[in-house]
Write a protein that binds this ligand. Structure first.
Ligand code: PGA
Length: 234
């Protein structure tokens, strides 16, 4: 197992917690998360209201957003532009999560536009791809052609999200290897960090850490329970 590897842990809280519950979570655990962050990197992707709260109260955390507008500021009712996220101290943002595709009908082309917006405002996109990653990457990669930093991709098979059913370790290792090769060929000046997401919890994380080439995790439900998150990280 890669016990000494510095994994990237992205907590995707989705809409599991209300504003009050998220704020209470942060008030209760922000010091412990900051302590874990001395040796690990945990990015908490909370809802927009909680992000604004954490920024206002200067909580010592790395916060991420779950989505952003595909446009700059302007007449886009209900949208939160990347510029506002940056003003609130956001340095990471999920893009193209399969739930956004399913419930909000976000297209891969829109996800590519969001990547462009995020990069313009110095926010690292966490690019979510599914079993159809080859087709998705064909549309998404042109948005990154001038990028010369780490490209963060999360491989999340739709069949594994929220179901407790993980693909085989071999399947994940192959997908991760292929994704990294594709990205590093398309954007030779960059390095790809590839995460796995889908039903990650403290019972399977040890096994998942044996996967060669894996750089971290995108954790949904399990990340809303601090003790569970801590067990996954440690
Ligand atoms: P899950 O969600 O860990 O609850 O399966 C992962 C995700 O959708 O990011």
């Amino acid at each position: 197992m890669n016990t000494h590897k510095n994994y990237l842990y992205i907590a995707n809280w989705k809409s599991y917690l209300t504003y009050h519950q998220s704020v209470t979570w942060l008030q209760k655990h922000n010091k412990e998360v900051a302590e874990l962050n001395q040796h690990h990197k945990i990015v908490l992707c909370a809802d927009f209201l909680t992000i604004a709260h954490a920024h206002h109260h200067k909580l010592p955390l790395i916060l991420g957003a779950q989505t952003c507008s595909a446009h700059e500021i302007g007449a886009y009712t209900g949208e939160i532009p990347a510029q506002s996220l940056r003003e609130c101290g956001i340095t990471y943002c999920l893009v193209g999560h399969s739930e956004r595709r399913r419930w909000c009908h976000e297209t891969v082309q829109e996800s590519a536009q969001k990547i462009t917006m995020l990069l313009q405002h110095a926010i690292t996109p966490i690019i979510c791809v599914s079993e159809n990653y080859k087709q998705e990457l064909m549309v998404l990669l042109p948005a990154l052609h001038t990028y010369n930093n780490h490209v963060v991709v999360a491989y999340e098979p739709v069949s594994a999200i929220g179901t407790g059913i993980l693909p085989s370790m071999d399947h994940i290792e192959t997908a991760i290897g292929t994704i990294k090769t594709k990205i590093e060929q398309a954007i030779p000046q960059s390095r790809c960090l590839c995460l796995y997401g889908g039903s990650v919890n403290s019972s399977n994380s040890k096994e998942l850490k044996k996967i060669n080439g894996l750089d971290g995790f995108l954790i949904g439900k399990a990340s809303t329970d601090f003790q569970e998150l801590k067990k996954i990280v440690e």
